[in-house]
Design a protein around this ligand. Structure first.
Ligand code: ADP
Ligand code: MG
Length: 219
């Protein structure tokens, strides 16, 4: 499904390079379920953003479904993201000015769907995640956990082939967290490729394998 070759990412601080990712080589097959673990600041979110086509490395090659995505124009990469990837952000990234309903609907607008098809999909997500009663609220009227649920619903509304989730249960209670992990497992059983960042050993056991990042390198 995807392959990273010699990926480097750095920031220039006081004229010197500060490396966030160093020589990352990684291959992930279609249908895999991978958990990325590692201490805070080790580069997990940066790696996930690169995998999700939301950020680009400073060096290296990235093949997504055999396509050399770093040589694509930004617009094309964005289209690829919108059509293939469901991304659950660590800090939710909901749009403050939009209601829960509208936030979940947003990625569907890029799909070739009729208004009624969109409505049905959003209604399905609201129902599935038990947030029908919240649909007209704005993000700032929700708890952190509820915002996280909306972020997950938005990511999954598009039926993505690849789900990337950055600590998706970080703000959920134990029961909610388990529900989300079971949902991911079910999606994976149905053929969706999943890559999650997690600090939880237990969450990691829902996946098929674990990769460890330390100081920007795979260990
Ligand atoms: P993790 O998700 O594992 O906690 P991140 O990928 O968020 O790690 O960050 C990895 C490192 O990159 C951190 O040390 C962070 O300070 C650094 N970093 C992230 N963004 C920037 C930036 N814009 N400028 C400088 N350093 C950054
Ligand atoms: Mg992070």
């Amino acid at each position: 499904m995807l392959k990273l070759e010699h990926i480097y990412k750095w920031y220039t601080v006081g004229g010197a390079r500060s490396f966030v990712l160093k020589d990352i080589n990684l291959e992930i097959a279609k249908g895999d379920f991978v958990s990325i673990m590692g201490p805070s600041g080790s580069g997990k979110s940066t790696l996930l953003h690169i995998l999700g086509l939301l950020d680009v490395p400073d060096e290296g090659r990235y093949f997504f479904r055999d396509e050399d995505v770093l040589s694509l124009k930004e617009k094309k990469r964005k289209e690829l993201f919108q059509s293939q990837v469901g991304f659950v952000f660590q800090s939710y990234h909901l749009i403050d000015e939009l209601t829960v309903y509208e936030n979940i609907e947003t990625p569907l607008i890029y799909k070739n769907l009729s208004g009624s098809e969109r409505k049905a999909l959003v209604a399905d997500m609201l129902d599935r995640f038990g947030i029908v009663g919240k649909k007209d609220l704005y993000p700032n009227q929700l708890s952190g956990g509820q915002q996280q649920i909306v972020g997950i619903a938005r990511a999954l509304a598009v039926s993505p082939k690849l789900v990337l989730a950055d600590e998706p249960t970080g703000n959920l209670n134990t029961q909610q967290g388990e529900d989300i992990m079971r949902l991911f497992k079910q999606l994976n059983d149905d053929g969706v490729t999943i890559i999650q960042v997690t600090h939880s050993e237990k969450n990691a056991t829902y996946g098929k394998r674990i990769i460890n990042l330390l100081d920007g390198q795979l260990k």
